[in-house]
Design a protein around this ligand. Structure first.
Ligand SMILES: C[S@@+](CC[C@H](N)C(=O)[O-])C[C@H]1O[C@@H](n2cnc3c(N)ncnc32)[C@H](O)[C@@H]1O
Length: 198
């Protein structure tokens, strides 16, 4: 790992420790929200791939009067004002199950999910496309009209294809890379604004 990359990781690791966040990832959501203002207090938020809970902590702080649900295949320790369900988003019944448990649709869906990387960039990119596509399909079933979606992906040839596939369902789709995300990592976040409704 390069010196600069080490320093960046170290900086956010220390900051997270100091500010009581469970992971450095919290700063990615804070920076995305500072730029795009996607979190308003009082809304319904779904956090996919939530463990260990860095994003859910930020959601709990910024949406104290809303309803927040976090989901992961591994456990997550309790966070105030965030309910947790342990479930795999790839299971066929996922959208119906979440709807039956939560009872309402969501104004904002976030996904920080990534499969274990293999080191083969083409393969890792294809896997991340597969996950991002699944998250978009889930969002089409679980988002409120005018709701927003944030999805992590590893950038590559299929990124524009994904955006093209789903652009008809949203007012606008953008790509962002928060400063706390390593510039040497292909990780990006796709933001889809204003769901047209199902
Ligand atoms: C980068 S971590 C998320 C970090 C989190 N946003 C935070 O701030 O602490 C990715 C998470 O996605 C979860 N994950 C991977 N595949 C999943 C799946 N199919 N369904 C649900 N969660 C999954 C992993 O267990 C892991 O906890």
């Amino acid at each position: 790992m390069s010196w600069i990359k080490e320093r960046r990781k170290e900086k956010y690791y220390r900051l997270a420790k100091k500010e009581g966040y469970r992971s450095r990832a919290s700063y990615k959501l804070i920076q995305i929200n500072d730029k795009f203002h996607i979190i308003r207090d009082g809304i319904n938020i779904l956090d996919l791939g939530s463990s260990p809970g860095g994003w859910s902590q930020v959601i709990s702080e910024l949406n104290p009067h809303g309803k927040n649900l976090a989901v992961d295949i591994i456990p997550m320790e309790k966070i105030d004002n965030v309910n947790f369900i342990r479930k795999d988003i790839m299971e066929n019944d996922f959208p119906d199950f979440i709807l039956s448990k939560f009872g309402e649709k969501f104004n904002l869906i976030l996904s920080d999910i990534l499969m274990k990387t293999s080191g083969d960039s083409n393969r890792d990119h294809a896997n991340s496309y597969f996950i991002a596509k699944r998250v978009f399909d889930i969002a089409l079933k679980l988002l409120e009209k005018n709701g927003h979606l944030v999805v992590k992906m590893l950038q590559g040839d299929l990124t524009q294809q994904l955006i093209k596939e789903y652009s008809k369902y949203f007012r606008e789709i953008k790509i962002t890379k928060p400063p706390s995300s390593s510039p040497r990592s292909p990780e990006i976040y796709i933001l889809a604004f204003g769901f047209s409704g199902s």
